[in-house]
Design a protein around this ligand. Structure first.
Ligand SMILES: CC(C)(COP(=O)(O)OP(=O)(O)OC[C@H]1O[C@@H](n2cnc3c(N)ncnc32)[C@H](O)[C@@H]1OP(=O)(O)O)[C@@H](O)C(=O)NCCC(=O)NCCS
Length: 149
């Protein structure tokens, strides 16, 4: 439901089963358990879990590479989609004054819902990678300028 108060907190290793479950349920190109484990182990401060009544209903995995910041994965439990959870996670990241001046991500050109949310947040496509994903779909490389250089 729109307006539901959610809690965000940093992701930790005990979140792996919940993140894996959502990943397998909703991602067009799901990650392996090992991929998720590696990402969680990096303990990026910008990676967040969204909790509703203490249940993990969404996640945002972010990677810091030098000064660059990249959204590696975002997922929201199917039952809770379209209720503002994904937007809230992205807005918190954008407003948290990250050190990077730009935020990067990749999304399948088949993934219209994800593209819609990214466009709404102000992301722009700067490159298309042909046949990038396992299902043969192209990747749109998108970025959002966070601050003036
Ligand atoms: C993409 C995703 C994270 C969005 O999370 P969410 O909590 O459902 O999104 P929100 O409720 O915050 O939606 C914000 C806006 O995004 C757009 N949007 C979200 N889902 C959409 C859908 N299924 N179809 C069209 N637009 C959609 C809309 O503009 C929406 O605003 P509105 O509801 O006022 O119209 C979620 O759909 C998801 O987990 N998808 C599967 C995983 C995935 O594709 N991850 C991204 C890989 S790059």
């Amino acid at each position: 439901m729109k307006g539901t108060v959610l809690k965000h907190r940093p992701i930790n290793s005990s979140d792996l089963p919940d993140i894996l479950k959502i990943n397998n349920q909703v991602q067009l190109n799901p990650w392996t358990q090992a991929d998720i484990e590696v990402e969680i182990s990096k303990q990026c401060n910008f990676s967040k879990a969204a909790l509703k009544e203490d249940k993990l209903v969404g996640y945002l995995l972010v990677r810091e590479c030098g000064k660059d910041l990249e959204i590696m994965s975002i997922g929201v439990d199917q039952k809770h989609q379209r209720s503002g959870i994904g937007s809230a996670l992205l807005k918190e990241l954008i407003q948290s004054k990250p050190p990077s001046t730009e935020l990067f991500l990749e999304v399948s050109h088949e993934n219209q819902p994800a593209q819609a949310i990214y466009l709404r947040m102000g992301f722009e496509t700067y490159l298309v990678r042909k046949s990038y994903y396992g299902d043969g779909s192209n990747a749109l490389c998108m970025k959002l300028r966070l601050a003036n250089p």
